[in-house]
Design a protein around this ligand. Sequence first.
Ligand code: ZN
Length: 419
Amino acid sequence: MPVTDTSSAVDLCRFIDSSPSPYHAVEEAVLRLTAAGFSESGQDEEAPAPGRHLVRSGGALVAWADEGRSPYAPLRIVGAHTDSPNLRLKPKPDRSSAGCRQVGVEVYGGALLNSWVDRDLGFSGRLVLRSDDGVRVVLVRDDRPVARIPQLAVHLDPGVNEKGLVLNPQVHLSPVLGAGTAQDGDFATMAAVAAGLDPDEVLAFDVMFHDLTPSRLVGIREDMVSAPRIDNLLSCHAGTEALIAAAEGHGPVPVLALFDHEEVGSISSTGAAGPLLERTLRRFVGLDARPIGDSVVFSVDGAHATHPNYPERHDPEHRILLDGGPVLKFNARERYATDAVGAGIVRLAAERAGVDLQSFVSRSDMACGSTIGPATAAVLGIRTVDLGVAQLAMHSARELCGSADPARLRDLLVELFNS
Ligand code: ZN
């Protein structure tokens, strides 16, 4: 394995901190891609001449580089997802209790609820505004610590350390915004002011909370990354950087697809089970002329590292090391889409890139998670491989991965784009 390269992990921390919501993650990817010569097209525009292009839709993005490639060249598609489990504002969030101003939230995805208590929280997302010809969308972000979910004191919750913390999402998760009494419209006003807008302009919002602790390298040798949303902004970051590195080329056409809504099942207009990728490939990249049999989708998402405090929860023959190299993910029930041919393709590329690989499978007596791979395979009918970087504390508000793995994943994706 090459010498430890943590520059990609440091850049990953910047990417994550720039991306508190899926909309911001897409914006950050667009900024990086356009700086590298990619130009943005509208979903309904005519196909531009071959070049470096991207299309975005809400929290999703498809980017590709087809300059200098044959119209019959196969596709190499890297897919990842921009969304992470979190707490999202209800449409009429303002409420009060016991002399505190609060807001009501819904739980998005399979969040570890306990990880959201006793943290300083900011908010981000998008506001929809009235405009002369309908509605317009602006991003909003407030990194001031405006909210906090205080845990019940141990004296008032006897036995909590023995029975575990039980949180009812309707009753126990409402963030406190301060003392006083909330009025209807308070939160929308606060969000509008944060965006520098007149509150009367705001028609609706998609807004969520985020942990404000900056992402950073940690550990006695700084060989771990402590950050929110590692699942799955790590893969979005590696895919974006790999596409930029692979844009100059003459072989297969590299495509990056960043989807929203993976954490709630991918069935949406911007999710992996929706038509966004297929329609974009058909309209802009000449999907029908391209060989399906020679094309491959690489579905990149977080993998479970073997937890040092719970090694019995993992298959003993498939220990996954933190910072031990990218992980191929297998499941006999197609919760992951990897087959032997796809695994072979990735192993060859890893050899060429000088990257070690690991292989994950769940214990046979435990359920397996899933990801965008099976959905993409079912929509496109293109061979799909599931892989990703090992992490601990998946779906916590604060996750942990190795600091050399982000560079290894990027290098592997560059090789997969090109080969
Ligand atoms: Zn994920």
